[in-house]
Design a protein around this ligand. Structure first.
Ligand code: 7TS
Length: 423
């Protein structure tokens, strides 16, 4: 093994106090097969700290009620908690105003909201939508459906061999016909961080709207939607210490104001007659029906937790851990690692294959050593095909992961080589 760990541990105190963080996550003390679980599947969903679980429990124990309607204390307190979470999220991503922060169920719903509402009102026959070849299905399928329905074109930014977006032909791919450009801020397979500024610049030259899939970036790096220059930004609570069932769509106010509603019914209206209705103010216009109240409050607590840690430190921790993991894994014979090789240009997500061992077999074997990783196509079938693989095994890190857990992964991979007779 290459000895970079001392260096990593030396830097660690200036970044995150991982030992203290781990105390907030009782689940990380769970044992499996006599070992603590090394949870390395954060790209799929993170764990939640006690602060988040307690915020939700407190709502259920002390002031559970529907929001916006009751004049009694519980309802008022629930409303304050749920609306307060919008303000916390707005500060977290530097939105211009909390009115631009719409709570959805997850990234998938946020992207569908844009495709259904903005897309159906603005995309016409012959227009073009530009995406990339590395997208999660959630940032591909809604645009396919929209393009088919509208008889619009769909074009893709390609990828270089080392898993970066290839901008060589950007000026022809994004052209006068382009009405919408969308891409993931960070790839959930390769960890690639997209060159946002260059893509946004070109999109704006042709007057296109920019949608960023932030499912993998919002949890792991500082995000400033004003600085990014995009028009919509989507992410999920469950990947950033929050509960499932709550996600966010941020959109520029003037666009959101002009868009028709997505889900219609209760709560999103101002006045209703038997013949017609008018819409509520932002963000409620896009939050039809009773929302996920406890989950909204939980997301607010998750944002508090991350804000207190500091997103710069979160990012720094993951750069250090990823650099260490990439160095250790580079020494393993027969291991193919996908994506950029420099940890400073990628997130804490490492996809790999060990010889011709099927990723599911490898993941099952690692599970016996209490290492939880993901195997499969990660909802990115077109990308997996480009990698000329049928699937990959993927380790993805977060604030509570340690160099010791990376060591366990690396040791288990050496062991797997023996068991699958690659020696
Ligand atoms: N976009 C990206 C880049 C993602 O990584 C995911 C989820 C989504 C969109 C969809 O998020 P959801 O919360 O609506 O499901 N990615 C993964 C993953 O990599 N493994 O499981 C889910």
């Amino acid at each position: 093994m290459i000895d970079t760990r001392d260096k990593i541990l030396e830097i660690a105190p200036e970044s995150l106090d991982v030992a203290a963080i781990r105390q907030d996550f009782p689940i990380l003390d769970e044992f499996e097969n006599g070992q603590k679980v090394a949870y390395l599947d954060n790209g799929a969903s993170s764990q939640r700290p006690e602060q988040v679980i307690n915020a939700m429990l407190e709502y259920y124990h002390k002031y559970n009620a529907n929001i916006h309607r009751g004049v009694y204390r519980w309802s008022e307190e629930a409303t304050r908690g749920y609306e307060g979470a919008h303000r916390k999220v707005a500060r977290f991503i530097n939105a211009y105003t909390p009115r631009e922060v719409i709570f959805t169920r997850n990234t998938t719903e946020s992207l569908n909201l844009v495709a259904y509402s903005w897309g159906r009102a603005n995309i016409r026959e012959g227009d073009e939508i530009v995406s990339t070849v590395i997208e999660h299905h959630s940032n591909l399928v809604p645009w396919q459906v929209l393009a088919t329905e509208k008889n619009a074109g769909l074009r893709f930014i390609p990828m270089t061999k080392d898993g970066q977006l290839d901008l060589t032909d950007l000026d022809t791919i994004v052209n006068e016909k382009t009405k919408l450009v969308t891409f993931s801020h960070m790839s959930n397979v390769l960890g690639t961080i997209s060159p946002v500024a260059a893509i946004v610049k070109r999109a704006k030259e042709v007057g296109a709207v920019v949608v960023i899939d932030g499912a993998q970036s919002a949890p792991h790096m500082p995000v400033d939607v004003q600085a990014l220059g995009c028009d919509f930004y989507a992410f999920s609570g469950h990947k950033m210490l929050g509960p499932t069932g709550i996600g966010v769509l941020w959109g520029r106010r003037e666009l959101l104001e002009a868009m028709p509603p997505f889900i219609t019914g209760g709560d999103m209206i101002r006045d209703v007659t038997l013949a017609r209705s008018t819409w509520n103010d932002l963000p409620w216009k896009f939050e039809g029906g009773t929302p996920s109240i406890a989950e909204g409050i939980g997301l607010g607590a998750a944002v508090d937790y991350l804000t207190k840690l500091g997103m710069d430190k979160v990012r720094q921790h993951e750069i250090e851990l990823t650099a260490y993991a990439l160095e250790q894994m580079a020494g393993i014979p027969d291991l193919t690692i996908y994506g950029p090789t420099d940890a400073r240009t990628r997130g804490g997500i490492i996809s790999f294959n060990l010889g011709d061992v099927h990723p599911h077999d490898l993941a099952t074997m690692l599970d016996r050593d209490a290492i939880a990783i993901r195997a499969g196509h990660h909802c990115c079938q077109p990308l997996i095909e480009l990698l000329e693989a049928t699937a990959t095994t993927r380790a993805s890190f977060y604030i509570y992961n340690t160099p010791e857990e990376v060591d366990r992964l690396v040791a288990a991979l050496y062991k797997a080589r023996k068991i699958f007779h690659l020696d």
